[in-house]
Design a binder for this molecule. Structure first.
Ligand code: ZN
Length: 601
């Protein structure tokens, strides 16, 4: 089989342009087609990366070959019987984990954003040359990627190689002044490469990551092809997010989320970082190697629809925190707090009564990834509710099989059936597997929890595992729940809307359906002016509301555009929708034993 040769090099750092070259040894006889993906695996939105290609030309033996565009993402060169080289200039100024970004401080790219596929020859091996800018900028930067080296020094510019196009776009590359830590997990070399001015306890970080990765590796077993792993991390002042790959993940979190020397235990901030990397690492099994058939068969040219995103994101979200508990990095109390916050997030969203997680998965492309002011009313998160379905399923299986089967067994079977074999998971196959592994009839559960919009039987299931579900009123709109809170701070009333500071103005951004604000006629985009004759802004809303009772009717002034509106708002009672969980001190022996089996390894 021929080998494709790719190269990538900054062409003009200040114009954020890469030059990408690919040479095809045996181009198609009717004219070689090349195509840039419309989306990047793991991020389910059509982004049309081809729009960043600002120039393209082709040549063969030093002679120009005409090349023209045949659809939004595809080009076709005139036939040639010699090797064909295509040269592109690609604009790179998207700072997220799923984009490509080039400036005077670093170069970062996902292959999907910069490397075209050689249509019909995607299975060929590829050599990849990663080159520094010719003007000398960044020549001392280090290269972090999980791509297999082929001539390059470790963390150096030079030659790399991949087995096929699928792999080419599965190794994001970060090139910058990096802080790098290395460790082994079950003997497999791991590294974390951090961009950003950080002052963190690297020994502690590597120690904890090793503990966490070993917990994951011993849970589902080491994939045969996992011979290395790299956490890429960008740590600016603020930010959060991650994208999973087979041998690496790209992560963003605040530098303040990293552990400092002398930090005792895992505080909430560091727990946020550990939860993020735990999530992305679990994906190395669940979604990267156990894949929905829709993704396994996609050419990335258009949407790949599946109702199973809740399986891949929801179950991963359940295990990300559970694995922190199992590895001993967080305590049971900390775990229950995180769980209480996830429950609160789902309980607060009215969208869960409108949309099932199956529909949310299917429509992720146009809804979850494109949220607007109505998102909370209309959309349910397949992450958060998916995690609660996973929890319900875990507890239900444990309860109804008398501890014989848990979600762990389903995941082991999923790994055997789909991960080890590489066979894509068809739409009904997760549910079928749950029934087979447990021997239970789970049709009603899946109808209600996955395809329906009713309440999950979580309170009851938790109670029977020795955990009490408690609720309280919020202290503010952004109160995340999960803890007991301070009763003195609890609000009596609510307007049912989010007021956000935007460029010095306080703007209503989210209006809950059937809320006081909606009934008063407040609309997204309205600028708050005054409530009951006093200045109203995002910072003082909770304090203002403390003075009133449910049913009080007040004058509310807002600007819609530049016109002042006088509205009348009747305050609602604040709902008891902040959930927190407590171990039941009076749990029966049977329930305490179930609790033990669930919350300890
Ligand atoms: Zn995820």
């Amino acid at each position: 089989m021929p080998v494709h040769t790719y190269s990538i090099q900054p062409k003009d750092i200040h114009a954020h342009l890469f030059e990408v070259r690919v040479t095809v040894a045996k181009p198609a006889s009717d004219g070689q087609k090349i195509a840039i993906p419309a989306w990047v695996p793991g991020s389910y939105m059509v982004r049309d990366f081809a729009r960043n290609v600002v120039a393209i030309r082709a040549e063969s033996d030093g002679v120009a070959v005409p090349i023209r565009k045949i659809d939004k993402s595809t080009w076709q060169a005139e036939p040639t019987d010699r090797a064909l080289t295509v040269v592109m200039e690609v604009f790179a100024y998207d700072p997220g984990v799923r984009g490509a970004h080039l400036d005077s401080t670093h170069a970062y790219f996902n292959g999907a954003c910069v490397f075209p596929a050689i249509v019909g020859q995607q299975d060929c091996r590829c050599k990849v040359d990663i080159l520094p800018s010719e003007d000398g900028t960044g020549k001392h930067w280090r290269v972090a990627t999980s791509m297999q080296r082929d001539g390059a020094e470790q963390y150096g510019y030079g030659g790399y190689q991949v087995a096929d196009y699928d792999e080419l776009i599965d190794h994001p590359v970060e090139i910058a002044e990096l802080t790098i830590g290395e460790f082994e997990a079950l003997g497999i070399p791991h590294a974390i490469a951090i961009r950003g001015k950080v002052n963190c306890d690297m020994a502690r970080l590597c120690h904890d990551l090793k503990t966490l990765c070993e917990q994951h590796l011993s849970f589902l077993g080491v994939p045969e092809d996992l011979d290395r792993y790299v956490f890429l991390l960008y740590a600016p002042g603020t930010g959060y997010g991650g994208l999973e790959h087979r041998w690496s993940s790209s992560n963003i979190c605040s530098r303040d989320n990293l552990p400092y020397k002398g930090l005792e235990g895992v505080n909430e901030s560091y727990g946020t970082f550990l939860g993020l990397v735990s999530h992305e690492y679990f994906h190395l099994w669940n979604v990267k190697r156990i894949r929905p058939a829709a993704f396994a068969n996609s050419d990335l040219a258009s949407e790949a629809y599946t109702e199973l995103l809740w399986v891949f994101e929801g179950i991963t979200s359940y295990y990300d925190d559970l694995q922190l508990l199992r590895s001993g990095l967080i305590t049971t109390q900390q775990y229950l707090k995180l769980l209480g916050q996830t429950i609160t997030r789902v309980e607060r969203g009215a969208g869960r009564r409108r949309q099932s997680v199956a529909d949310s998965s299917f429509d992720a492309w146009i809804k979850f990834y494109k949220p607007d002011a109505n998102a909370g009313n209309a959309i349910v998160s397949y992450y958060a509710k998916g995690a609660l379905i996973a929890l319900c399923l875990d507890l239900k299986l444990r309860l109804e099989t008398e501890g014989r089967v848990s979600l762990d067994d389903v995941m082991h079977e999923s790994w055997r059936r789909f991960g080890v074999t590489g066979k894509g998971m068809l739409e009904p196959e997760f549910e079928e597997m749950c029934a087979e592994v447990s021997g239970l009839d789970l049709g009603d559960f899946f109808d209600a929890a996955v395809r329906g919009t009713g309440e999950l039987p979580l309170e009851n299931l938790l109670h029977r595992h020795g955990v009490l579900w408690k609720k309280r009123r919020p202290a503010s709109r952004d109160d995340k729940g999960g803890d007991k809170g301070d009763p003195a701070k609890a609000l009596n009333v609510t307007i049912g809307a989010t007021l956000t500071e935007q460029n010095g103005k306080s703007v209503f951004t989210v209006i809950d359906n059937d809320s006081a604000a909606e009934k008063a006629g407040v609309a997204p985009g309205d600028q708050a002016v005054a409530l009951d004759g006093l200045l109203l802004d995002a910072a003082n809303l909770s304090t203002r509301l403390k003075r009133y009772r449910p049913g009080d009717t007040l004058e509310l002034l807002v600007f819609r555009g530049d016109e002042l509106l006088t509205l009348s708002i009747c305050l609602d009672a604040a709902p008891e929708n902040r959930i927190f969980l407590e171990l039941d001190p009076a749990a029966s022996e049977e329930r305490a034993a179930r609790q033990q089996r669930w919350l300890t390894v």
